[in-house]
Design a protein around this ligand. Structure first.
Ligand code: AMP
Length: 115
């Protein structure tokens, strides 16, 4: 059996996280190593490794995750200043945890192109 990812362990309540939002489909918690004043990870409860592993049936779920991100951006006063949503995918994308996650970054000006 493959080992649980750190995010699955957070979903299962095995390790603590600073959870800022949760519902039936997803969980949002503060990144342990924040790269901006606001750095929240939004993850589906369903175990999906990355964007590469999304199935047609996940269409509604992904839409839901984006609506949660919009809600969190409003709640954390990021709407007027702006923010960035990042989904690192695979080795070149910089993905380090094999459970789909959306980074919500805000509270400072972002650069482009990303490093
Ligand atoms: P990525 O590099 O896109 O896969 O992002 C994984 C993110 O998870 C990184 O920004 C880490 O800082 C963050 N992270 C890893 N472990 C934890 C944890 N236990 N609680 C919160 N964030 C974590």
């Amino acid at each position: 059996m493959t080992q649980k990812t750190i995010f699955k362990r957070i979903i299962d309540g095995e390790i603590p996280a600073d959870i800022v939002y949760q519902d039936d489909l997803c969980l949002a918690f503060r990144d342990i190593n924040p790269q901006a004043p606001t750095h929240i990870l939004v993850i589906p409860r369903k175990e999906i490794t990355s964007v590469n592993d999304l199935a047609d049936e996940d269409q509604t779920l992904v839409g839901h995750l984006y609506l949660v991100i919009r809600h969190l951006a409003e709640e954390h006063q990021l709407v007027s200043s702006g923010y960035r949503v990042v989904v690192n995918t695979g080795a070149d994308g910089g993905q380090t945890v094999d459970h789909l996650h959306f980074h919500l970054l805000g509270g400072r000006s972002m650069q482009w192109p990303p490093g």
